[in-house]
Design a protein around this ligand. Structure first.
Ligand SMILES: Cc1cc2nc3c(=O)[nH]c(=O)nc-3n(C[C@H](O)[C@H](O)[C@H](O)COP(=O)(O)OP(=O)(O)OC[C@H]3O[C@@H](n4cnc5c(N)ncnc54)[C@H](O)[C@@H]3O)c2cc1C
Length: 237
């Protein structure tokens, strides 16, 4: 019986552009256990000479469909592994993968809300899994996504998020676009606006690159959120 730490083959069943820099890969997996929203997998690439590279990618899809998972991979300049998934990998390819991994950065409906989700760039990926799961299993839980992206076309799952914002009474989307004439990063004013709209969150999840997560965590604590209610995931950078 494989465990989450056993390397297994997973087959790519679809690969489509999500934004100009992000590609969505769907993988058929044989899971040892159902996953939880917020968890990630490790993937491992092996070159013909035996050189191996291993990276982590969050699961974007909902735990209610555990037989396939969606990964959303951003192409980084000079990125060793992201470049392969963004440009080279194709449906039918088998890749080595292990998981699901991660015990702290998870949300499930039992935990309830209100839920404050704060994303920088591809850090929205595990938060998408939480939002999708919430919509299916706990639509009454109030949730707000404060999402910083460079431009409107860089917003991952933009159509879905706008639709949820329009259709789901308990969900609010707040976008902070950083480029362009009115570009603005998430600052204390944005955090205050999110808290005014949502109320005091029971759980806050922050995900993105290292500088983003550090800056947002400080702003949240300064805004009065108890540190024990804030969970963070750092993608590196
Ligand atoms: C738990 C976890 C979940 C993750 N989930 C996702 C995900 O869902 N989608 C996704 O696209 N990535 C995700 N990442 C990041 C991913 O694991 C890789 O770090 C990323 O794809 C870069 O790998 P690379 O081999 O292409 O770049 P590398 O060859 O390792 O690095 C290339 C250059 O990019 C810089 N760099 C590395 N990582 C980052 C980063 N995250 N942001 C900015 N610069 C960086 C490096 O310093 C270097 O200069 C996750 C990371 C963790 C730890």
């Amino acid at each position: 019986m494989p465990t989450p730490l056993t390397w297994q083959d997973a087959t790519i069943t679809a690969a489509v552009p999500e934004t100009p820099r992000v590609r969505r890969l769907t993988l058929a997996v044989g899971w040892p256990a159902p996953f939880r929203a917020g968890q990630h997998v490790d993937v491992r690439l092996t070159a013909p000479d035996g050189y191996q590279a291993q990276r982590s990618y969050s699961i974007a899809s909902s735990p209610t469909t555990p037989e396939t998972i969606d990964l959303l991979i951003e192409r980084l300049d000079d990125g060793e592994v992201s470049g392969f998934f963004a440009d080279v990998a194709e449906p039918g390819d088998a890749i080595e993968l292990r998981g699901p991994i991660g015990g702290a950065f998870v949300w499930d409906p039992r935990m309830g809300g209100p839920l404050l989700l704060v994303a920088g760039g591809s850090g929205v990926v595990p938060l998408l899994s939480m939002l999708r799961h919430r919509a299916e299993a706990a639509p009454g839980v109030p949730a707000l996504l404060l999402y910083s992206a460079r431009t409107a076309e860089d917003v991952i799952a933009r159509d879905e998020l706008l639709r949820r914002d329009a259709e789901e009474p308990g969900f609010r989307l707040m976008l902070a676009l950083t480029q362009g004439p009115s570009g603005r990063r998430i600052d204390a004013g944005r955090i205050a606006g999110a808290l005014a709209a949502l109320g005091m969150p029971a759980h806050t999840f922050v995900c993105g690159g290292n500088p983003f997560v550090s800056a947002i965590s400080d702003l949240l604590v300064e805004a009065g959120l108890p540190a024990r209610t804030i969970r963070t995931e750092r993608f590196g950078g």
